[in-house]
Design a protein. Structure first.
Length: 124
């Protein structure tokens, strides 16, 4: 085990939204990001970058807008389209946040709402 010095880590998360509206995407993304930060005791200054993907049925807003609205405007953010695999989950926003966190601290990923089904192997 290390001395707990911060190293580059990654935190994953996903959330489903009820509809394709700017408000639903912003609210869902905000909930997801807050939960990812809370579960991992991360501050905005710990973040290196965040990659967002959305399913092809979410087109009314960029998830990065929500990140900027909650104070993450200095963090490099990018949005992309999720691969449209037949039968995959609908209306889903996914995030991959690169951050500095202590090496010995377990990473707690956040899969919320119906997106919980994507990673049933992880503790809540």
């Amino acid at each position: 085990m290390s001395d707990g010095a911060p190293i580059l880590r990654a935190v994953r998360g996903a959330i489903t939204v009820p509809e394709d509206t700017p408000e639903a995407i912003r609210e869902g993304t905000t909930e997801l990001l807050r939960e990812m930060l809370h579960r991992n005791a991360l501050a905005p200054g710990d973040l290196v970058s965040i990659l967002f993907t959305t399913t092809e049925d979410l087109v009314s807003e960029f998830p990065a807008v929500a990140a900027r609205h909650i104070g993450l405007g200095a963090v490099p953010l990018i949005c992309a389209r999720e691969i449209p695999v037949p039968g995959s989950m609908a209306r889903c926003v996914r995030a991959l946040a690169h951050c500095y966190a202590p090496e010995g601290r377990p990473i707690r990923h956040a899969y919320l709402r119906d997106a919980r089904q994507l990673r049933m192997d992880l503790p809540e």
